[in-house]
Write a protein that binds this ligand. Sequence first.
Ligand SMILES: NC(=O)c1ccc[n+]([C@@H]2O[C@H](COP(=O)([O-])OP(=O)(O)OC[C@H]3O[C@@H](n4cnc5c(N)ncnc54)[C@H](O)[C@@H]3O)[C@@H](O)[C@H]2O)c1
Length: 371
Amino acid sequence: MNTINVAFVGCGGIADHYLSVYRDLNFVEMVSCVDASLERAELAAAKLADNSLGKPKPRATTEFSDALKAEVDLVVINTPNHLHREQTLAAFEAGKHVLLQKPVAANLADAEAIAFAAEQAKQRGLVSGLYLSYFDQPLMHDLKAMIEADWFGDIAHLYARLMHRGGLAVSQQVLSGQANWRASLAETGGGCFIQLAVHYVHLFKWMMNARVVRVIAMAKNQHCPGIEGEDLACAILEFSNGALATIDMAWNTAGEQLSVHGTRGACEYISNQTLMLDSLAGAFDGHVVHYTGQSSQASPAAPGAAATQQLSTVIAPPLGDRKNPFNQHRLFLEALRDGGEPFVSIASGVDDLRVVAAVYESARTGQAIQL
Ligand SMILES: NC(=O)c1ccc[n+]([C@@H]2O[C@H](COP(=O)([O-])OP(=O)(O)OC[C@H]3O[C@@H](n4cnc5c(N)ncnc54)[C@H](O)[C@@H]3O)[C@@H](O)[C@H]2O)c1
């Protein structure tokens, strides 16, 4: 395939962050911008028309059927979770390749139906993938390589905190009479946990090449009236390699952290910028990790007095940076053009939703759930 003709379905929120990748790649032609809001579709089409490659302005429409027209090769689905099943299946039915936003769907049954359809579509030569934005970050790829190189030793614990105050804004919106799919349990599939934790659940499984075997969790809504799902959820996950992870997600406060702790080394990445490294394994040179430090563990100090951690600043590339070697949109488009495999399969995202469902069941019943 020399030129890939693309339709965007859902041109609002997140789609706007990576529209420029499609605009600026010379082997991609945007032909259709579909959104329930004509204004949003037109805004996206206007942004795409403003390009230096002489590409024509795509159509802007509220009609989903426009994305299924004959000349469309790839449908990129950026709509709310509850629409993923219907739109993905329709795209496969029409013979289109699909790139789907995370989470795969608002519930496990829909996700399984999508994965089944994706497998059948593959038999007909159709390529599909799941978009998980954290794979854009070179750091995530370094962490996996560090785990594989035994830089951490045996992984004991991982930590993820992803909290933003988006729920407070949605709550105010809903209380003032405006609808928002994130306030609906049926349309979102839960609250902050399904929306935010799938990133880390997926990353941790991928980094360690392990699956989740048991979860125990608490979830509640404390500050976001009008939102049916939780605004705070804390889960402990046990993995098949024995590691434990604590995953704390929220829509009512802010903060982000990712940590990996092993018997030889530890890494803490705080607020998307501060990276602290310490390992007995010695130097590691990756894409953004350049560890030369001497471990505090070589000369153990009193707890809290380790001063030899190597500190650096690592900023994630913007989602619209097509030159980032890990940009997931460009990589998917290149795989489609060149006949390669997409980096993240839809099926792998279904397993994330099994973990999410177990977390919700644990929070509801107060019991640990085996997977
Ligand atoms: N890190 C990430 O990659 C990330 C971040 C945010 C959201 N998401 C995912 O992206 C998807 C969309 O989230 P968002 O934040 O952009 O939501 P949003 O509400 O900001 O935007 C959704 C867009 O879809 C449009 N839409 C609604 N119904 C439609 C329909 N039937 N047909 C066509 N368009 C329709 C809306 O008008 C809106 O423009 C969700 O699945 C979400 O989980 C991923």
